[in-house]
Design a protein. Structure first.
Length: 102
């Protein structure tokens, strides 16, 4: 029988023992709400005309950021190489948690 190198946590990041704390999740959900409202506004503007396609690119980037923010709520590494997507507030809270765990 072949073995695999994956743990349950790797297959399902939501089962990670290093989940963000309630304060970080609250911060992320607040950001998601603001970004979703901005995305709705961009979509309305696109419906009014977007000849250069700039608004569509902005909407796609914002949708990606919403997804990455939600990923953080599932316990993905908040200090990963794509952490530039996160707001400074999120990273400050992450730094505080790391200090609290030392």
């Amino acid at each position: 029988m072949a073995s695999n190198d994956f743990t349950t946590t790797e297959l399902n990041p939501c089962m990670s023992k290093d989940l963000p704390n309630a304060e970080q999740i609250d911060c992320a959900l607040n950001e998601i709400g603001h970004m979703a409202a901005a995305l709705e506004s961009i979509c309305w503007q696109v419906s009014q005309g977007d000849k250069e396609g700039d608004l569509i690119v902005a909407a796609a980037n914002l949708a990606a950021k919403i997804g990455w923010t939600a990923d953080r709520c599932c316990g993905f590494d908040i200090k990963s190489s794509d952490s530039w997507l996160m707001s400074p507030v999120w990273n400050q809270k992450a730094d505080k948690v790391e200090v609290d765990h030392i």
